[in-house]
Design a protein around this ligand. Sequence first.
Ligand code: ADP
Ligand code: MG
Length: 372
Amino acid sequence: MSEKKVLKKNSSGFCRAARFSALLPAVILVLSLCGCSAPGFSGSVSEDIPEDTSPVTQEVFAMDTHMTLTAYGDAAQDAVSEASDRLYRLDRDLSASDESSQIYALNHRLSDHVSGDTAAVLSASVRLAGLTENYFDISVYPLVCAWGFPTKEYRVPSGEEIGILLSHTGMDGISFDETTGTVTFADERMMIDTGAVAKGYASDVVAGIFREYGISSGLISLGGNICAFGSKTDGSDWNIAVQDPFRPSDPDAYAGIVSCSDTFLITSGSYQRYFTEDGKRYCHIIDPFTGYPADNGLMSVTVVSSSGTEGDALSTALYVMGLEKASEFWKNCDEADFEAVFVTDDRKVYVTEGIADSFQSSFGTPQVISRG
Ligand code: ADP
Ligand code: MG
């Protein structure tokens, strides 16, 4: 298990290194915490965090991911504690494998009703599936299971098996009545999994809690889902690094830096959860149209958005689409306001034009995708 080092300031203004394990090496490195300034960061302590401003940092392991919550200000401890409790609850409630979850009950036909966070995530999922032309598709779960991702007992299913499973998937087979919370499946073998949107939703929830407590500066890092909450304590932008997907176990390797505030940066990629068989890599993101792991020339997609939920669904969908289709989607998408950073298999970086000025690439000059 790799370890990542974060430099924190203690109340006396001194800096100390806090080591924490990164079970899933952070897709996005939060360089602002260690005060690195692009380019050439080296883990030195930030000069721009005032001496009397100590962050409160809490680590949480939930949703199969190492999470770190950081907040500044008088209410930081309360905000971070409440947010941690909420994350543990969301982990349980949105899990497809936890027998007490509403998702498990739906999948095993123990209930056809959902409420609370599950209903909110389901409602968003149905909307975002429509928005992404079903590239984001929570009904791929039977396929995800057939490839062995939930149990980590990986296997390559036969073409025939995939064909059969495809007939038990598809968002058209799910109807969700938001007023009653009733879910109906068209097919007895259909199952859902909100794993591609749950962490994004959770980051929205944590950001909401931070807002309620009046926090103006913080970082919410839920695996590959980062929220640069507010701005740094001196009012400047956070610098968030996009992990170099070719060196996922090196926390200091990055494809580039995004300077931003009040923004979610959410990454999907093939470099963290995958298995290899006969020299071929199979990742955990499934193309809902073929039933096979997505393999469209991308190593990672980072979506920059004002919504964690939307950013998470979009990053998964764009990853499946591949660069060309994803670029077209970005150009024509009126219903969601987002930018994106793509890293391709051949080590090129592409950025949408809205973020071009705030992105510093470590992979040479990035190609800018523009609407013009
Ligand atoms: P991560 O969870 O690693 O951050 P994603 O947000 O891209 O990555 O979600 C991937 C997870 O979502 C998979 O583990 C699987 O459970 C599920 N999934 C796989 N393919 C799709 C898809 N096309 N649409 C929606 N969910 C998917
Ligand atoms: Mg996602």
